[in-house]
Design a protein around this ligand. Structure first.
Ligand code: DLL
Length: 432
């Protein structure tokens, strides 16, 4: 049930002591080895001997993706390249990619932490794990691969794409756990139904999904369609890749591997900590990374911490599923809207398919958002009256959830793009 019980169920005081020791070591390491950190600590007149509690960490500056870009490719590495055994990079939709490195030890830690996440999601050495994340510079494929292998599961490194082949392998190799993005899992499920495959005849039991935001409605649909228990797991390449946090079988938010990562939640505007339990931007400091330590990295991901204990027995603090990224937030006529809010509404409405796209345009000085929703064939070819009733219903629900009216357009099944990796739900024509 646990991968490292002695760590995952640690008493709070003991954990905090461990965090402090590891933090002190990390700060010394970056001060000694990374000119970027030395310069910024010196400029602020920070004496590392004065950092005596994790709260003192607040005196240190944040690190942002821009800092990574400015130090491209190896400027923030804390060890010489000869000690680096792996390099990954995130493509980044905007600008230059960011490059991260791992020592032998980092790879060991990474495998262990992903093993924790997989174990929490139900995977054991008896499982056959199909890794349908891309292998390559993206951390998803390799990260989950190493974790599953660490557990001793039988790993199928199929990577993403070629959906029909994925399904054949799943049938022939008797896959019990599917690992990919939730949107790719949905594409696999839909393709199975189209092929007339009997899902009950498959061996699938678990789905471990991550790398993009998804809603509770999407979880329910995936669990139902694939007959699995679906859990969420979170991570980002700048910190390590997958393995930062993952849900246990309670499926009530993600346990953070706090013995390796110290987290804060801040108000992205004032940069001050939010009240405990309030939503804000997640900031992460690595406590054990050797090649690529990060001090107070601003993730841009919005979440909140859940201090209440989890019935599973893990004492590691949980974070709410990521609600969206500050840079994905649409400001439509002054109102903040996250694609995940729209997804949650659509999943509640009967007759809509779980495929949608949000198009934002500017008409004059006004922002116009239109949600394109796929609907079942019956509805699409139904009388106009029924269609406009459905449109009105979706509009009304969206208006009450978002606080603004957005346009809604029904589109025929399979007209919107499908994704084998991370889904792209928003088309923002304002910038074009
Ligand atoms: O997506 C690492 C990963 C791979 C995590 C596989 C989980 C599974 P990046 O490509 O650097 O790394 O993207 C990181 O993806 O800042 C979030 O915005 C988003 N993200 C990752 N996991 C989740 C999740 C990998 N479970 C960025 N829910 C992060 C919502 C997620 N968003």
């Amino acid at each position: 049930m646990y991968w490292e019980e002695e760590r995952e169920c640690m008493a709070r005081e003991e954990l905090e002591q461990l965090q402090l020791e590891r933090l002190e070591a990390t700060l010394r390491r970056v001060y000694m080895n990374v000119p970027f950190y030395r310069k910024s600590f010196d400029e602020l007149g920070i004496d590392l001997d004065e950092i005596q509690s994790v709260d003192d960490l607040r005196r240190l500056p944040f690190t942002t993706k821009d800092d990574l870009r400015e130090n491209y490719p190896y400027g923030l590495f804390a060890v010489p390249l000869r000690e680096v055994v792996r390099i990954h990079a995130s493509s980044g939709t905007t600008g230059m990619s960011t490059v991260v490195g791992y020592t032998k030890n980092d790879i060991k830690t990474w495998s262990n932490l992903v093993a924790r996440v997989l174990t929490a999601g139900g995977v054991t050495k008896d499982d056959v794990v199909q890794i349908s994340f891309g292998y390559g510079l993206f951390t998803g494929g390799f990260g989950l691969h190493y974790g599953a292998e660490r557990i001793g599961a039988s790993v199928i490194p199929i990577s993403s794409g070629n959906t029909k082949r994925q399904i054949k392998i799943m049938q022939d190799f008797k896959t019990t756990a599917l690992v990919c993005t939730p949107s790719y899992a949905m594409l696999i499920a839909d393709t199975m139904y189209e092929m007339g495959i009997n899902v009950n005849a498959l061996s699938l039991k678990y789905g471990l999904f991550g790398a993009e935001p998804w809603s509770e409605g999407m979880r329910e649909e995936l669990q139902e369609k694939l007959k699995i228990i679906a859990t969420d797991n979170y991570g980002l390449s700048e910190i390590m890749g997958p393995g930062i946090a993952g849900e246990c079988l309670e499926r009530k938010w993600l346990h953070i591997n706090e013995d390796h990562f110290f987290v804060e939640v801040i108000n992205p505007e004032t940069l001050e900590p939010v009240e405990p339990g309030e939503v804000g931007e997640l900031v992460v400091t690595t406590l054990t990374k050797e090649a690529f330590p990060m001090i107070r990295f601003r993730t841009r991901d919005l979440t909140r911490l859940i201090p209440e204990p989890c019935p599973c027995g893990r004492t590691l603090m949980r974070m709410h599923r990521v609600m969206g990224r500050t840079d994905d937030m649409l400001i439509i006529r002054g109102v903040n809207v996250f694609p995940s809010q729209i997804e949650a509404v659509l999943f509640e409405i009967e007759g809509t398919e779980p495929h949608y796209q949000i198009v934002v345009e500017r008409e004059g000085a006004l922002d116009q958002a239109t949600v394109l929703v796929e609907v079942s064939e019956e509805i699409f070819f139904d009388e106009m009256k029924k269609q406009s009733q459905l449109i009105e219903k979706i509009k009304k629900r969206l208006a009450s959830e978002l606080g603004i009216t957005v346009g809604v357009k029904l589109v025929e099944k399979k007209t919107l793009e499908r994704f084998e990796g991370k889904a792209k739900r928003v088309i923002d024509r304002r910038k074009l």
